[in-house]
Design a protein around this ligand. Sequence first.
Ligand code: UDX
Length: 429
Amino acid sequence: MKLTIIGTGYVGLVTGTCFAEVGHQVICVDNNESKVKLLQSGGIPIYEPGLEELVKKNVAAGRLRFTASTKDGVENSDIIFIAVPTPPLPDGAVDLSFIEGVAREIAASMTSYKIVVDKSTVPVKTGDKVAETIKRYCKAKVEFDVVSNPEFLREGFAVEDLMKPDRVVIGVRSQRPVAAMKEVYTPFNAPIIVTDINSAELIKHAANSFLALKISYINAISVICEASGANVQEVANGIGLDARIGRRFLDAGLGFGGSCFPKDLSAFIKISDQLGYDFALLKEVQRINAQQMERFFKKITETLWVLKDKKIGVLGLAFKQNTDDVRSSPAIDLCQRLQKEGAILRVHDPKAMDKAKDVLKNVTYVENMNDVADGCDALVVATEWPEFKKLDLERTRKALTHPILFDGRNLFDLLEMEKLGFIYKSVGR
Ligand code: UDX
């Protein structure tokens, strides 16, 4: 099928590439010309496992190309996916100006029937507004359908999530676009759910809020564990084996971050409010998340007391493993708090150091994770990168002036750390 994706961020670039991989003819559009030039010359603006190879392969096969012209994309495809950012406004509502702008651009270039699909995370009822906008700005007055098709990919696992989705949600206002949308997704062999547009839009906010709620729930349990001498990982394993609950997203730690959960929670609370419902449950999810960071920071200050001029090593800057994304990263937040108290930081991340340099200044960036602890008063683990489990603990203990390790992601074994002689403080155990 001939497909265009507008917006080459995490969602747009990976979606376009995976569509090409299964045999569709794909045009990726972005209004950032330097990004388009980079992609055209074989560069990839983000780190995402497996993406670079797939982009190269599909460009070489002639199934994937990049352009800065929306007109080019619209004229040469049947289905146009919108995958532009929907950032938060200061009051937590969603800024839909990029969606509106793209809808107008698409409308201006349409000369025959098109299916316009929203992939970005948007408030319920946005589909109606997109349809109104296209109708208003399409001079050619051609027919079109608006579809909602939310994306559920996780950064760091985006290619895997795209190629093997748990489900595909297609929200429509009429049956006309259904067959074509199903054809797009048939190669992915996933269950396809066809709903009305409002339900499809709600599914995305409801899913992300539920996952955030699951994390805050286990973080609240971690507080009870610490107060009672229980172990949150044992509790998570015990409740997670109940198939109705499931073990995933029950890892206690520094709380959730990233460009989705915090923003989507705020947006969903705001949307609910506008619809006349006070979603207090989700406000509590936010509160627990903020407190989790406070509590961890307090653990550090209670142990080290005065932070001024203390040298602290930090492992992890990305908001989670397998990504170079530092947006709303709890790790960066923690570093900035430590700096504010006068601590001197030596930091390392396997992939996110370049991006961190824009937001985290006056720290020493260390290339090898085993060198971070050198001369430090304590070491902090802030991101759940699996490679940190391979840290040379003997070397680290000797490199620290005092063998203190704060583990915000529960990566290490309690008994082993004790045996090695660490003063080891983790979360909920
Ligand atoms: C999320 C959703 O998972 C995805 O479906 C949606 O499309 C976009 O938002 P993402 O933000 O990429 O994806 O990351 P995710 O893996 O969900 O992690 C989000 C945050 O939660 C991270 O900061 C992570 O460290 C934290 N987390 C996750 C926990 O603290 N504990 C867990 O058990 C799981």
